[in-house]
Design a protein around this ligand. Sequence first.
Ligand code: KIV
Length: 265
Amino acid sequence: MAKKNIGIFQRLKNNSEKIVMTTAYDYSTAKVLEEADIDGILVGDSLAQVALGYENTYNITIDEMLIFIKAVAKGAKNSFIIGDMPFMSYNLSIEQGLENAGKMISSGANAVKLEGCNEYILNLVKRCVESGIPVLGHLGLTPQSLNLIGGHKIQGKTKEAVEKILECAKKLEEAGAFAVVLELMPTESAEYITKNLSIPTIGIGAGVNCDGQIVVSDDILGKYTDFEPKFIKKFANLHDVVLEGIKEYKEAVKNKTFPSKEHSF
Ligand code: KIV
């Protein structure tokens, strides 16, 4: 399999083919995603909750993110990997943002994702792209601003709100972002933005009409069960599979059927 690159996103949008993305945080999951020929793998800052058990994404640091990016890059050598810039790793100065985006690329990411679209962010996107770092934007519900937003509120519910998100998306496109994540908004709002944008939109809780979809893999696989958003469908129930397997292992050790001769030397 040839290494996937940034070109795949625009090509799929132009061909009206859906872009399929999900998250990975570790080597073995990344290997499976590559085997499934997923279009893009995000090492999301959601790993703060899903892999590290933190309450939210505010506490994860760039150094922690880099460890997971390295693991995913090793497992999915031919995939297009996007590193999620964590809270405060790009907000202090353009230099800080560029330096940390560079660290993500050096660790094996092929692009970075950052949230928002104010003048500062747009400038940072431009500088990253000028430096050879592809950027995925993120609009709608931006989890790193949850304290400002006041919780997981659906975005883009009014005409004015949708126009504002579209304006932001257009500015990101102009700044050089190769695609933009649209999180938590009505289907019609995301569809309107998608139709009026040249770069692809990748939806999460934004309905079926985005150019692509992204989900947290542990959510759709039923492995992470602390928080179950309405927009998630479980395509597997790994929690039950893992629990069953561990119980069987425990039982086998207790009743001395494992390890058997076959598994001994
Ligand atoms: O952190 C994350 O996993 C995300 C989502 C878009 C899936 O940002």
